[in-house]
Design a protein around this ligand. Structure first.
Ligand SMILES: *[C@@H]1O[C@H](CO)[C@@H](O)[C@H](O)[C@H]1NC(C)=O
Ligand SMILES: *[C@@H]1O[C@H](CO)[C@@H](O)[C@H](O)[C@H]1NC(C)=O
Ligand SMILES: *[C@@H]1O[C@H](CO)[C@@H](O)[C@H](O)[C@H]1NC(C)=O
Length: 175
């Protein structure tokens, strides 16, 4: 009887799922450069409503981006870490508030080949804007978390901006 019970316990023990990974929190800090001016823009408008030009909040404007992400604030003096690829939409009718939908695709450093997906509201004249990290690939599989954006520089004439992004990601760490 005793050995039968032991066998059942052993069988149950071997049926437990193997723990092959644990949760990890990673803090990423990058500078996001949105350049719509000049001969080689990384930020291009693709659609607007008939009323967008007369809207004080640019309501209805859709922009597609492939913006450089660097490790420092200077676009040309810092290391290129990846690209922010996606779109943002002026989704506020009375206040300038963007809906950001973008992948941070890393192309250098230890996260080369991995990405995080960010989605959220960006009221650009607010000091700190928080957006959700809704997923990721590679190192950042199963990611969730949040990103905080702070404007570093904004050229009001061209709209070109450099924004500091602090991204806090919970993801699996594989041993
Ligand atoms: C709105 O402004 C853009 C950029 O200045 C211009 O290209 C476009 O023709 C304007 N659209 C309308 C409907 O006036
Ligand atoms: C960065 O370099 C590009 C191309 O060499 C140039 O057009 C741009 O003005 C430079 N930007 C800054 C902020 O220095
Ligand atoms: C990033 O990874 C790709 C693919 O493995 C590789 O070709 C490339 O050299 C890497 N880039 C850097 C800067 O390490």
């Amino acid at each position: 009887m005793a050995s039968a019970a032991l066998l059942v316990l052993l069988a149950l023990a071997t049926m437990q799922p193997q723990t092959t990974s644990s949760q990890k929190e990673t803090h990423l800090k990058v500078y996001w450069h949105d350049v719509g001016s000049g001969p080689d823009p990384t930020s291009v408008p693709v659609a607007r409503a008939a009323t967008t030009n007369t809207s004080k909040a640019a309501f209805g404007l859709v922009i597609v981006i492939d913006d450089p992400l660097t490790d420092g604030p200077g676009l040309n003096s810092s290391r290129l870490m990846g690209r922010a690829q996606g779109t943002y939409i002026a989704a506020g009718k009375d206040q300038l508030a963007l809906l950001m939908l973008m992948n941070f695709v890393f192309t250098a450093g230890k996260y080369n080949g991995s990405s995080v997906a960010i989605m959220g509201r960006n009221a650009v004249f607010t000091e700190v804007r928080e957006m959700a990290v809704v997923g990721g690939t590679g190192v950042f599989r199963w990611a969730r978390g949040y990103a905080q954006a702070r404007t570093h520089t904004l050229d009001l004439k061209t709209g070109d901006a450099t924004v500091e992004y602090n991204v806090f990601v919970m993801h699996l760490s594989r041993p």
